[in-house]
Design a protein around this ligand. Structure first.
Ligand SMILES: *Cc1c(COP(=O)(O)O)cnc(C)c1O
Length: 405
């Protein structure tokens, strides 16, 4: 009998009861706007900022409307403006080059390695083109951060981290988002804590955070923040910084606070599922697993592998066969951007030079969501299906001669 998987790759867990209760209380009060507080009341948004800052050891935190908004705010606070080039990953998702374009910047794409991290040699070669790197820890793969920071520091390039896939993760015990000048997180439904839409921005620079808070639309109410620099920091900045509204509301913050308290537990659950998949796919001929270095403390909310140097019809065949058995895989090598998946050369507003080494990797990247609604048994079944279908196509297609193994 052919096994089939029946779960949904897009089904998240419910919001914890505690979050639903807190959200109800906010709705009953009617005070959804973060600056609409009564007496000594501290807004849920301000509490979330304080708790998130503490959880990563940052001095300051700002809750905003989306991860994309966190990135544009960081770019603006770093002074990126019209026509400025910004280095970023070729392997990332559309909100990242989109954030650069939103501030009038021009993305300069840096290649990806077979380990699915930024290519540090390519980065070094392009450092003289820009003053800022918007580094995307795409799909939770974290590069050698000591080396990256050494390279960027030596060239005077500011690093902003896109931690949409690394909330709760770390490199060598330093949380993701704490290496660069700013860390940007998303609380959109498919990320590590879920408020539908939302974002968080952290930094240690007092003026950086004062600018970010003014940009987010604080009017002159910045004294109500609890993870913000002292009011004196705003003395000049409050006159000079435009309001580009993108605040988070109390309802979302109320939903997020209990989830943040659970993040470490959830991360362990994700990683247990990841290890089951990895174990089930090890030594599958033609399939390359992504190595996870000991220093990388990742949170595996998704799973990737490579069908490196396979021809496109064979990859498409694997995807179709897995789909027929209920396993939804995404492919970064597809000719057209589909779903959430697109590639640097499909963002035509941001022209790029060809990157053959990265194209070879992207052509083989297979990507899968790993929602916590899957059990470990589900993951073992998914691995069996992928292993069988990759094996079948690999044997049939003669891909063996093309693939070095
Ligand atoms: C989701 C995501 C973001 C931020 O997205 P928003 O939907 O704006 O919160 C940023 N970078 C990557 C890689 C993402 O996947």
């Amino acid at each position: 009998m052919t096994e089939r998987f029946h779960g949904s790759f897009t089904q998240q867990e419910p919001i914890p009861d505690e979050g639903i209760k807190a959200a109800n209380a906010v709705m009953q009060s009617g005070r959804l706007h973060r600056y609409n507080t009564s007496g000594d009341e501290v807004a849920e948004a301000a509490l979330l900022e304080q708790e998130f800052a503490a959880s990563v050891g940052a001095r300051y935190c700002l809750a905003v409307a989306s991860g994309g908004y966190a990135m544009t705010t960081a770019l603006r606070a770093c002074g990126v403006g019209h026509g400025d080039k910004v280095l970023t990953n070729a392997f990332t998702l559309a909100p990242v080059p989109g954030a650069i374009a939103a501030v009038g910047g021009v993305p300069v794409f840096v290649g990806v390695t077979e380990d699915l991290v930024i290519d540090l040699a390519d980065l070094a070669a392009k450092l003289d083109q820009a003053k800022v790197l918007l580094l995307s820890h795409m799909r939770g793969h974290i590069c050698d951060m000591e080396r990256l920071m050494a390279i960027c520091d030596a060239a005077g390039v500011t690093v902003i981290e896109d931690c949409a896939h690394t909330m709760g993760a770390a490199w060598n015990d330093v949380p993701s988002g704490r290496w660069g000048r700013f860390g940007c997180y998303s609380t959109q439904t498919y990320k590590h804590i879920n408020s539908g839409e939302g974002g968080l921005l952290i930094c240690d620079g007092a003026e950086d955070m004062a600018r970010a808070i003014m940009l987010s639309g604080s009017y002159m109410l910045f004294e109500k923040h609890r993870a913000a620099p002292p009011v004196e920091t705003f003395a000049q900045i409050k006159y000079e910084t435009p309001n580009i509204s993108g605040r988070m509301d109390n309802l979302r913050a109320a939903i997020l606070r209990p989830q943040l308290r659970d993040l470490a537990t959830q991360a362990a659950r994700w990683n247990a599922r990841y290890r089951v998949l990895e174990h089930g796919l090890v030594n599958t001929p033609g399939l390359r697993l992504i190595p996870r270095p000991a220093k990388e403390q990742f949170v595996a909310s998704s799973f990737q592998f490579l069908l490196l140097d396979w021809d496109a019809p064979a990859v498409a065949d694997v995807l179709a066969r897995c789909a027929a058995r209920g396993v939804e895989l995404k492919w970064f090598g597809g000719a057209e951007p589909t779903g959430f998946t697109s590639r640097y050369d499909s963002w035509r507003y941001a022209p790029s030079d060809p990157m053959p080494a990265s194209d070879r990797v992207l052509a083989g990247v297979i990507d899968m969501r790993l929602p916590l609604t899957f059990s470990e048994d589900d993951c073992a079944l998914i691995a069996r299906i992928i292993r069988a279908e990759v094996g079948a196509v690999y044997q049939m297609s003669g891909t063996q001669s093309a693939a070095p193994g």
